[in-house]
Design a protein around this ligand. Structure first.
Ligand SMILES: [Zn+2]
Length: 283
C-alpha cells in the first residue's frame, strides 16, 4: 500500500471520484480516439479520480492536493457525478493518518477539484472549517493572485469559498517560483494549464517521482498533443510536457497521475520515437 523512495514513504490517497466531459478532458483529440482510453457514459462524461499523495518523512506528513471535497449541492453532485462517500478526510484515515496530523499541504493550484477538500462544513454548526488545521499550506503566489482575479474563461474553475477561510487563518505559505520546501521535495512552477500551477518532485535514494498535477492528468495525456480543453495556454502545455518527458525518460522518473482512474503511476518509455506510458508502478 506504500512505496519507499529513500527517506520518503509515499501513499496514494484516493480522495474523490467524479466525471468530467470527455471533450473538455481531451481538448482537440477526436472522440473516436480518446474513447478507447476512457469510455464515456451516456452524458459523454469520462470517469475521473482525485488521487492525492501523502509523503511521510521524519516527523512530517506532507499531503499534495485535497480533491473536490464535500461542499456540493445536489445539482452539482449530479452534474459531476460526485461520489459523496469518497473525500479526503475518510481517504486519509484509510491509509492510517488523521487530517490533524498533516504538517504540510502542497496545493498544486486552486481549481475546485484540487482545493475543494481544504475545508469542510462542520456537521454541528454548518460553518466551514479547515480540514488540515495544523498544516502549512504551500501555494504559488501567482496562482493565489490569479484565483482571485480569473478570466471569464476560467472563472468557474476557481471558487473563493475553497480558500477564503485559509486566507483568514494565516496558514498559507506563499511560494515564489521553484522552491525546495523540505530536503528532496521540490515545487516546480508550470504555467500552461493555469497561471502558477506547481508540480511536486520527490528525489531520494536514486529515485525521482513527479506529481504531474494537471499538466499530465492521466497516463493517456503523456502524448504531447493530448491536452485538456481547460488549459489556458495549450502550446505552453506542449512545451512543458516535452521537457518533463525528456528528463523522465533519461533519468527513469516515476510519473504520478492525479486524475487517472486506471493507474496511479508509471515510468516512461520510448515507443515509435516518442515518450509513452511504460511499466506501471504499484503502491
Ligand atoms: Zn486544474
Amino acid at each position: 500500500m506504500a512505496l519507499t523512495l529513500g527517506r520518503f514513504v509515499v501513499h496514494e490517497v484516493l480522495g474523490g471520484a467524479f466525471a468530467l466531459d470527455g471533450g473538455a478532458m481531451f481538448g482537440i483529440i477526436p472522440k473516436p480516439v480518446w474513447e478507447k482510453e476512457l469510455a464515456p457514459d451516456a452524458r459523454n462524461r469520462v470517469p475521473i479520480v482525485s488521487r492525492s499523495l501523502l509523503v511521510e518523512t521524519g516527523n512530517k506528513r506532507v499531503l499534495v492536493d485535497a480533491g473536490p471535497g464535500s461542499r456540493w449541492s445536489e445539482k452539482e453532485r449530479a452534474l459531476y457525478d460526485l461520489d459523496p462517500t469518497v473525500e479526503i478526510r475518510s481517504a486519509l484515515k484509510r491509509v492510517g493518518t488523521d487530517p490533524e496530523a498533516i504538517t504540510d499541504v502542497i496545493v498544486t493550484h486552486l481549481h475546485w477539484d484540487h482545493a475543494g477538500g481544504l475545508t469542510f462544513l462542520d456537521p454541528a454548526t454548518g460553518a466551514p472549517r479547515l480540514t488540515f488545521p495544523n498544516a502549512v499550506h504551500h501555494v504559488q503566489r501567482r496562482n493565489w493572485r490569479w484565483a482571485h482575479l480569473p478570466t471569464d474563461r476560467d472563472r468557474k474553475s476557481y471558487r473563493p469559498e475553497d480558500y477564503d477561510l485559509l486566507e483568514q487563518s494565516g496558514r498559507v505559505h506563499f511560494v515564489e517560483g521553484e522552491t525546495e520546501i523540505l530536503e528532496g521535495i521540490q515545487l516546480l512552477p508550470s504555467d500552461g494549464h493555469t497561471v502558477g500551477q506547481q508540480l511536486v518532485r520527490l528525489q531520494d535514494g536514486g529515485e525521482t517521482l513527479l506529481f504531474c498535477g494537471d499538466i499530465i492528468p492521466t497516463s493517456a495525456h503523456i502524448r504531447t498533443t493530448w491536452g485538456m480543453g481547460y488549459d489556458l495556454y495549450p502550446l505552453t502545455v506542449i512545451e512543458e510536457k516535452k521537457q518533463i518527458l525528456a528528463q523522465a525518460l533519461e533519468e527513469g522518473w516515476i510519473l504520478f497521475f492525479e486524475h487517472d482512474p486506471r493507474i496511479a503511476a508509471c515510468r516512461v518509455e520510448e515507443k515509435d520515437g516518442r515518450a509513452a506510458a511504460g511499466e506501471e508502478v504499484h503502491f
